[in-house]
Ligand binder design. Structure first.
Ligand code: 9MG
Length: 261
């Protein structure tokens, strides 16, 4: 899943908000270099981010979504607003990536009537304040219970299980130790039997480990991606598609018997 950031304040410095032509070119580049899926996001969810007003989010998103119609890969839209979900689906989105896991009023209903896939992500708190002393008794158990509850709510609301993807939400209301525990035990999150998505690319947890600024986190992003696929991630949400493709090619060359050894 190649990230296409349509915000002015992306943590990774790749925000393309003011220039749809550049955003479309970047999206096409992500596809040419091997993305199977794109994730378009027009509101920042980095720690400390303030909410974006609805019209601004739609103005950033829809021209890019329209330009990518027929681009050959499915498009995911990263939003928690039901109005944006409905518009995105009407404009051809195949997946809604919701950092609130359809908890906002009207979100579940906005996708239930479509055949769109949904990524249900775990987040403790909200972006503005989520990194202020996050605390868990057992982070893995709590994230897993949350995701299980969101699967049940989605299914009860009319979204079949085969449309769902689960994500522990690295960096969303978690300390470095919480993130590491989730990565170590990533495979245990799939008790629901649903595909898992890992989004670790360039995140601050990698900066905390390596001491590197965001522009120098490619090697650590690749290391984290490899650990996640070895533990069962089916979708990697990444900035650096070509490099992640190479990583996957090496891993896949091992053959099925050794891939998870
Ligand atoms: C929007 N966004 C930023 N980080 C993310 C992550 O780790 N997972 C998902 N699903 N979305 C994310």
């Amino acid at each position: 899943m190649g990230i296409v950031n349509l915000t002015p304040d992306s943590f990774s410095g790749d925000g393309l908000a003011t220039d749809s032509a550049r955003a479309i070119a970047h999206a096409r580049h992500q596809i040419e270099t091997g993305a199977d899926l794109l994730d378009l996001g027009a509101e920042s969810s980095r720690p400390g981010a303030k909410a974006t007003v609805l019209d601004e989010e739609l103005d950033r998103l829809l021209p890019v979504l329209d330009a990518l119609a027929g681009c050959g890969v499915p498009i995911s839209v990263d939003t928690y607003k039901p109005e944006v979900m409905r518009a995105a689906i009407a404009h051809g989105a195949s997946m809604i990536n919701d950092i609130y896991a359809l908890r906002r009023p009207g979100a579940l209903e906005a996708v239930a009537g479509s055949d769109c896939a949904v990524c249900l992500m775990h987040m403790r708190g909200e972006p503005l304040s989520m990194q202020q002393s996050p605390a868990y008794g057992d982070v893995l158990a709590e994230v897993r219970a949350f995701l299980g509850e969101r699967v049940a709510a989605s299914v009860a609301g009319g979204i079949s299980r085969d449309r769902l993807v689960l994500d522990p939400g690295f960096g969303f209301g978690k300390t470095l130790e919480h993130n590491l525990e989730l990565l170590r035990r990533f495979g245990e999150l799939s008790s629901e039997g649903l595909p898992l998505l890992a989004g670790i690319s360039r995140k601050s947890m990698l900066g905390a480990i390596t001491g590197r600024p965001v522009g120098q986190r490619l090697p650590s992003s690749l290391a984290a991606a490899l650990i996640a696929v070895q533990r069962g991630a089916r979708i990697l949400r990444v900035h650096d598609v070509a490099e992640t493709r190479d990583l996957l090619a090496v891993w896949q060359a091992l053959g099925p018997a050794l891939r998870f050894a």
